[in-house]
Design a binder for this molecule. Sequence first.
Ligand code: DC
Length: 233
Amino acid sequence: MDYANKARRRGDKIIAIDGPAGSGKSTVAKEVARRLDFLYVDTGAIYRALTLAAMREKVDLEDGKALAELARRVKIQLSMRGDSLKVMLGREDVSRAIREQALTERVRFVAQIKAVRAELVKLQRKLAENAKGAVLEGRDIGTVVFPTAKYKFYLDASPSERTRRRFKELRQMGQKVRAEAIAEDIEKRDKSDMTRAVAPLAKAQDAVFIDTTKLSVRDVVEKILDIIGASSQ
Ligand code: DC
């Protein structure tokens, strides 16, 4: 029997991976999901897509009520296209648009609204529960979205290494960015993610902490698969 079937039967089909920007969690989560044939849920992409919808519809980012209403109304879908994540907002493919730096700086306004989070958490739970197994990555997966998940990981890396990774990633996407601007953005986002009143970024008490500064993606993936007992998959 494959890992997904066994995990479902045991009731541990959810893998939660949290951490700050540049900790390596997206790349790692995607690869763990691929190896296990689990669904990959990038929850940051969902917050980003909603932010894009708000910008497009000129919703005031300070207006919590309007943002919550928008969260209830928009249709956000995630799927895989080869190795990359495809994000749909309604009928539009927004996979690239949601990675723009100008948008990244605005996500925090949307992510701090309680009613918005409630709506998006509902979507995340539904996606994961309908799948045969799921790897979810974000900021509050182990603490809020699936606090009872058996497998929880918290990834982090030094600020300079996180900046270096984000810089490389954005350059590869063809964005013209300066390393200083990335470092500033990461610092600002960490602060806002960790100090917001609702679902702040935090390591769940029972999450396994992995410092990825000196580890390759492969190292981290193997470590996780080892812990969940799927290293031979
Ligand atoms: O993972 P990311 O960098 O794509 O996430 C973008 C922003 O979305 C991040 O700065 C905070 C927010 N976010 C959140 O509040 N909760 C999550 N579970 C995932 C992301």
